[in-house]
Design a protein around this ligand. Structure first.
Ligand code: AVI
Length: 323
């Protein structure tokens, strides 16, 4: 495998007390809210993989169907000698489908905060593409990046951000992130980003309330994580998951609801939860084509091409510099 020496560069690790500060700040605010990145400890990441396999969670299947149908065309549009910078270490199937069609890619740069998933996806990819240079970065992709020097000059750098993770950012943050990508891709580069589409409420809400209860377990696992890592005493049976579609805002809003009045220890802080109090833990934004083009425009980007899955549930959008 052609992984660079000193393969996984561990930079920008948050100091240990950051987690406590983030959680205390979120629980002091009114209404209470916690950031959705807290979902992804080892157990949360495993549960997310299970969510992707639930019959109601159409997003992953739609995106894979889209790539099965259009990866050849996408690769044509991106052209040869691409350096593919992937935000997130890669859903093996999706990244593979794309790389299989790219002509003479210069390098694949997967970016992921946790080293273990990064190592695993690198190993899988190296088996499939033994000639492909892999230049992993173990960093937080929302922060400014120092991309590794590529093994040869790319014709273009394409930032690949699959899975509608852009939808987990609020509009202002999503625009900031796109603007940051715009800087990283350079004048001739592009951004290939997955965006889930607006559709009927029932389909969207079912995706975030699967019958097997995996999404509930995923949501509440955040509390288990806080108990383990910060010594909190959340009693899991006293909280529940709620995911509702806010059609006006065009997003699923996931809350953790306190089922009774209770106090929880968070470091030295005692946090009071009222009965039925809702704590916001995630937005999953859904877009119309106009919504997404407007978002791209605020980041100085223009939509060049859009591909859809056969049922037009999900979109993959190719953005380049507008100016
Ligand atoms: C990672 N992200 C795109 C998922 C989503 O659909 O917003 C996370 C998720 N949360 C609940 N189910 C899936």
């Amino acid at each position: 495998m052609s992984v660079q020496a000193y393969a996984v560069r561990d930079e920008q690790r948050p100091p240990d007390n950051v987690l406590l500060q983030v959680v205390q700040r979120g629980l002091r605010s009114q209404p209470k809210r916690l950031p959705s990145w807290l979902f992804y400890d080892e157990q949360g990441s495993a549960l997310f993989e299970q969510i992707c396999e639930q019959p109601e969670y159409y997003l992953t299947r739609a995106e894979i169907a889209l790539l099965n149908q259009h990866a050849g065309d996408i690769a044509q549009v991106l052209g040869p000698d691409v350096r593919l910078v992937e935000y997130g270490s890669g859903h093996a199937v999706k990244t593979r489908l794309l790389l299989e069609h790219l002509a003479t890619p210069v390098a694949w740069v997967p970016i992921e905060l946790s080293t273990e998933p990064l190592r695993r996806s690198m190993e899988g990819m190296a088996k499939h593409f033994p000639q492909l240079p892999i230049q992993p970065l173990a960093v937080d992709f929302t922060r400014p990046l120092r991309l590794p020097v590529p093994p040869r000059a790319p014709r273009r750098t394409v930032v690949y951000f699959p899975g509608s993770t852009i939808g987990n950012f609020e509009e202002r943050e999503a625009a900031q992130l796109l603007r940051k990508m715009r800087g990283e891709m350079g004048d001739n580069g592009g951004i290939l980003v997955g965006a889930d589409l607006k559709k009927d409420r029932a389909t969207i809400e079912a995706a975030y309330n699967d019958r097997a209860g995996i999404t509930t377990a995923f949501t509440l696992n955040m509390l288990t994580r806080l108990n383990r890592e910060l010594g909190c005493n959340f009693e899991l049976s006293a909280f529940r998951h709620r995911a509702r579609y806010n059609a006006m805002a065009g997003r699923i809003e996931t809350h953790i609801i306190s089922q009774r009045e209770q106090r929880v220890r968070v470091g030295r802080l005692q946090v009071l939860f009222r009965e039925d109090e809702a704590m916001l833990v995630e937005y999953s934004c859904k877009y119309s084509l106009e919504d997404f083009a407007a978002l791209a425009a605020t980041a100085g980007l223009a939509v060049q091409r859009v591909w859809f899955d056969p049922e037009a549930m999900f979109s993959l959008q190719y953005l380049t510099r507008a100016i």
